[in-house]
Write a protein that binds this ligand. Structure first.
Ligand SMILES: C[S@@+](CC[C@H](N)C(=O)[O-])C[C@H]1O[C@@H](n2cnc3c(N)ncnc32)[C@H](O)[C@@H]1O
Length: 284
């Protein structure tokens, strides 16, 4: 496909180069139908860095400058997320998973949760809302939520914890009634809310690439790992490798929660038992 009618020359060769580059850097496996998406997301970087065409941009990227690679990753990733997205998981967390984990961990009073691919923060903050609602004596517990992503811009937004009213108000009525508990009004003119400190302070945001080959720095064991709507973009081989590693990092009887359109491959189902809609439990 040649998008010559567009602002920048963009050849098939350019697309194939960017496609293999994004795969190499992030594990994201773009299909050949994503030409227009790549053009629209990357042309912004050409404008910003004053390149004349995609040939120039690809040469620049080939120099492996960390800044260039970071900008490329941030531009190409899909960050769509929302508070209480796939709400069923948060109801199940509240009604089944947390009561069970609290009972199991009541002597050590420690809970570890990982939001892998946390994007702009709505997922780990939603987890924190539920954990704080369920664990009434949270001040006596050692609770940590690790929140990681490969997109440094998304992580910055997550750490800032500022959201527009339209993002806050799309949550369902049962959670919206606790809006004043979860959020503080930050700026009435721009209708911006900030996450209340009680819900921020148990979250640790970190840059982490799930395709990292050098061994993962986190020790575990995690009681729950959320990795939702992230591996959908990876090939089967990478999905299997990552899910196996998640499994090793989970406590026995710990839970892995995937996105509603994702699943654990059958080859790993002897280790991870299906318990509810895209929720799996480590069995051994
Ligand atoms: C669609 S968002 C999902 C956000 C959230 N988990 C949810 O379900 O709403 C996918 C996120 O995965 C991140 N991601 C993609 N490839 C990644 C990788 N190799 N390592 C870590 N995060 C990655 C993207 O940057 C993006 O923020």
């Amino acid at each position: 496909m040649n998008l010559n009618e567009n602002e920048f020359q963009f050849s098939d060769k350019n697309f194939q180069y960017l496609k293999q580059k994004v795969f190499q850097l992030t594990g994201i496996n773009l299909s050949d139908s994503k030409t227009a998406l790549v053009y629209s997301r990357i042309s912004r970087l050409l404008r910003q860095n004053h390149f004349n065409d995609f040939d120039e941009y690809c040469n620049y990227l080939e120099q492996h400058e960390p800044k260039a690679e970071r900008e490329f990753i941030n531009a190409i990733t899909t960050n769509f997320t929302s508070f209480m997205r796939e709400e069923h998981h948060f109801e199940y967390l509240q009604e089944v998973l947390l009561p069970e984990i609290i009972e199991r961990n009541r002597l050590k009073k420690r809970i570890r949760i990982w939001s892998a691919g946390c994007s702009t923060g709505e997922e780990p903050y939603s987890i924190s809302f539920v954990v704080n609602d369920v664990l009434k004596d949270i001040q006596d517990w050692d609770v940590k939520i690790l929140a990681t992503d490969i997109d440094s811009d998304a992580l910055l937004t997550a750490e800032n914890g500022l959201y527009k009213d339209k993002d806050v108000e799309q949550i369902s009525a049962s959670y919206l009634k606790r809006k004043a508990r979860y959020f503080d009004l930050y700026d009435s003119q721009t209708k911006t809310y900030s996450i209340n400190n009680q819900f921020r302070k148990i979250i640790y945001f970190k840059y982490f690439n799930l395709m990292c080959k050098e061994g993962w720095p986190m020790q575990g064991p995690f009681d729950i790992i959320f990795c939702r709507n992230v591996m959908i973009y990876f090939d089967r081989f990478s999905q299997n490798q990552i899910i196996n590693t998640f499994c090793n990092l989970l406590a026995v009887k710990g839970y892995l929660i995937l996105g509603h359109s994702e699943s654990v491959p059958s080859s790993i189902q002897n280790k991870l038992k299906y318990v509810d809609r895209t929720i799996y439990q480590r069995v051994q």
